[in-house]
Design a binder for this molecule. Structure first.
Ligand SMILES: Cc1ncc(COP(=O)(O)O)c(C=O)c1O
Length: 374
């Protein structure tokens, strides 16, 4: 059996930048959730992203939770949330006692369908917020979705956990909403082992997020609290990893895109369809994902089994939130008769997209796919 090919694993710089920043924190004894690494990681992310005010946190999920609070989402409110996503996009809606209303995806992006979003506004009125996701790094239809939110004066929260480095009309994903969130979880395009960032569109919210993330202490000589706080700040050690990873982020985007291009070249002519990249958008191709064409005679489970037998890791697409037992009672809105997210889940596969993969590794994966679909 060949060597293991993984879906997406941590990829530290060859130069060892991450360890240097960690050692520096040890040398200076800044082993706390504050310090130069945290400040510099935020600064370099700010200049890379090119807009907004970043706040480094312990997880992307923490960033989503704070975005709910900053957006003023309260118990009993409705929040319109993309259904085809990881559960962490929806769970924070419930942390504040609100109810996620799930919105279907479209085939053009696999992300929130603007027509279904408009229908949700017609059927259920104005929500407290909208959560859009850039699935596997592929930008959603931000022009229409942001336009709908603006028209109704509803804050847009952009879950860009998977889309660091992706662009929509030349602008980085995560900067289109009132709040954007990033994740540096172990499998993401860059990682800090675990961590996240909140991107605010104004400084006042960023300052408030920082206060909430550090137990909401008031600026007084003693510990005074006038609102409920959290322990969500990123540690200075972890931020050292992030600071080092920023130096290789453009390279990681190139590597992920090269893997996707090789798959596309190698699998041309087979009965499968790649996640489409719309015009004027650039996906970071965090995970190259495909749909098995209807009638091809192979299911995702069969393909994943064949890959697994060759020591290759693949994955089903995210199972939509409206189909999860935990959200069985929640509302789900589709634009038309069919549920696109269910169809995508039934036919979709995420292919290994580890930035450490060689082109020979990609060819080996393609060989298995070719055999199964032949
Ligand atoms: C779409 C999406 N949203 C949110 C998250 C949560 O990020 P974290 O794991 O950093 O809490 C993740 C990844 O884990 C994700 O893929």
């Amino acid at each position: 059996m060949g060597k293991r090919i993984a879906l997406s694993t941590p990829h530290m710089s060859d130069e060892g930048y991450e360890l240097e920043y960690i050692h520096d924190a040890f040398r200076k004894n800044w082993i706390a959730p504050l310090g130069e690494n945290v400040n510099e990681f935020e600064k370099s992310m700010g200049s890379y992203i090119g807009a907004g005010y970043p706040v480094a946190l312990s997880a992307g999920t923490a960033a989503l939770h704070l975005s709910m609070i900053l957006a003023g989402v309260k118990a009993g409110d409705k929040v319109f949330c993309q259904s085809l996503t990881f559960s962490a996009s929806a769970n924070p809606v419930t942390y504040v006692g609100a109810e996620p209303v799930f919105i279907d995806s479209d085939y053009e992006t696999w992300n929130m369908d603007p027509d279904a979003l408009e229908k949700a506004f017609e059927l259920y009125g104005k929500p407290a917020a909208v959560v859009v996701v850039h699935l596997y790094g592929n930008p959603a239809r931000l022009d229409r979705i942001a336009g709908i939110c603006e028209k109704h004066h509803v804050p847009l929260i952009e879950d860009a956990a998977e889309a660091l480095g992706s662009e929509y009309h030349g602008k980085k994903c995560g900067t289109f909403g009132k709040y954007g969130i990033l994740s540096f979880n172990g499998n993401k395009i860059i990682t800090t082992s675990g961590g996240g960032m909140l991107l605010c569109d104004n400084e006042m919210d960023a300052k408030h997020a920082l206060k909430l993330a550090t137990q909401a202490r008031e600026p007084l000589p003693w510990y005074q609290h006038e609102e409920i706080g959290f322990n969500y700040r990123m540690s200075n050690i972890v931020a050292g990893i992030g600071r080092g990873q920023m130096k290789v982020l453009p390279l990681r985007v190139q590597q992920k895109r090269a893997i996707c291009a090789r798959y596309a070249e190698n699998l041309a002519g087979l009965p499968l369809t790649f996640q489409p990249e719309m015009e004027h958008t650039k996906s970071n191709r965090w995970l190259t994902s495909i749909l098995l064409n209807e009638g091809c005679g192979v299911t995702p489970a069969e393909l994943l089994d064949a890959l697994n037998a060759e020591n290759i890791e693949g994955r089903h697409l995210w199972k939509p939130m409206h189909a999860q037992p935990v959200f069985a009672k929640n509302i789900y809105v589709t634009a038309g008769e069919i549920s696109v997210s269910d169809d995508l889940f039934a036919r979709g596969v995420c292919l290994p997209s580890d930035s450490k993969m060689t082109m020979e590794d990609v060819d080996r994966v393609c060989g298995v796919i070719r055999k199964v679909l032949a």
